[in-house]
Design a protein around this ligand. Structure first.
Ligand code: PLP
Length: 352
């Protein structure tokens, strides 16, 4: 007898990373940092790990990691919980708080929908307005929403939403507002300072992007302690492994390494943007994250296939969340970005 899944998840598809990613010369499809942790910081992580017992469970509360993060953001420990990437924290928030409807915008990060549906909530997506702006009136009409997810800067559009719009939503809604700041380091702005004022605000941070720790899966949720308490009820014991706890803490203690890589990624973002603007048939959208969304005049599937065949992996977003003929490129090293731009130029020449 075949066992059937819940009806609600039957139309979901498993997440698949691109199988070509290890063969590409420029992997620019997942918004990772192009820079690994500096060697001396990795050495420190390994040295610490050598002294720890792998046969024992890790600290279930990731106390040392949270303590360093708490000092960094100047908020008490009880305002913070750590997760296996921010994805896991989105899952916990939804498990604990999605009573009926979860709300998000299109296009945005795919996991709000997948997790909402998986947890049995009604996943409602509202299209962003022209210029990728938040549809305020529409949002505030949704009286039965339990959670509103806002990614700012937004993935995949790259823009930050207007501060006043976000504040208006937080003030006027009865829902929990989860502000996903996965890319905050690239726009140098944050809503952390509003947390004490608004009890319905939750902020998510990740070490998968600017910190270059995607492989370690470290994320944080910051909110009023009454929310943390509820999330901790559904959080799995020992959710964050030993390696992740140590790597995250050491990277945070030595986070001066970030200044240089952030500066390079931001200046490369501006350089790639300007170059894209000069290309015929390509229209890039301004970005405050570590990636750029761009529209192509012709069908983006053909360009995507050409780039992949020629060693450059980007994300094809044709048809995603209302986007048409759009691709998203992550900012890589200068060499990777040059290869990407060069391939775009050769594609353009080939078409002429
Ligand atoms: C907006 C946003 N939130 C969360 C995540 C997931 O991050 P993590 O690796 O911490 O699970 C991503 C990853 O791409 C993202 O774009």
């Amino acid at each position: 007898m075949k066992i059937l899944p819940k009806k609600t998840i039957s139309h979901l598809t498993p997440y698949k990373a691109n199988p070509l990613s290890s063969q590409c010369r420029a992997k620019l499809d997942a918004n990772e940092s192009p820079y690994d942790l500096p060697a001396e910081i990795k050495r420190r992580v390994f040295n610490e790990l050598k002294r720890l017992s792998f046969n024992r469970y890790p600290d279930p509360d990731a106390l040392k990691l949270r303590a360093v993060f708490s000092k960094k953001i100047k908020l008490p420990l009880k305002w913070i919980t750590a997760g296996n990437g921010s994805d896991e924290l989105i899952l916990y928030l939804t498990l604990a708080f999605a009573k009926d409807k979860v709300l998000f915008f299109s296009p945005t990060f795919a996991m709000y929908r997948v997790i909402g549906i998986s947890c049995g909530a009604k996943a409602m997506n509202i299209p962003l307005k022209t210029g990728f702006r938040l549809p305020l009136e529409h949002i505030l009409k949704q009286k039965d929403a339990s959670i509103i997810f806002i990614s700012s800067p937004n993935n995949p559009t790259g823009n930050c939403f207007r501060k006043d719009d976000i504040l208006n939503i937080i003030k006027k809604t009865n829902a929990m507002v989860v502000l996903d700041e996965a890319y905050a380091e690239f726009c140098k702005d944050s809503f952390l300072r509003y947390l004490k004022r608004f009890k319905n605000l939750v902020i998510l941070r990740t070490f998968s992007k600017a910190f270059g720790l995607a492989g370690m899966r470290v994320g944080f949720m910051i909110s009023h302690p009454y929310i943390i308490r509820e999330v901790n009820k559904v959080r799995l014991p020992y959710n964050l492994g030993l390696f992740s706890q140590v790597a995250g803490r050491v990277a945070l203690e030595k986070s001066h390494f970030l200044t240089r890589s952030l500066k390079t990624i931001i200046s490369e973002r501006e350089r790639v943007f300007e170059n894209l603007c000069r290309l015929n048939g390509i229209c890039p959208y301004p970005s405050q994250a570590n990636f750029i969304l761009f529209k192509t005049c012709a069908c983006s599937d053909t360009l995507y296939a050409y780039l992949t065949k020629n060693g450059v992996l980007v994300r094809n977003l044709n048809g995603y969340g209302g986007l048409k003929n759009c691709l998203r490129v992550t900012i890589g090293t200068k060499k990777e970005n040059d290869l990407f731009l060069e391939r775009l130029k050769s594609y353009e020449k080939k078409k002429r």
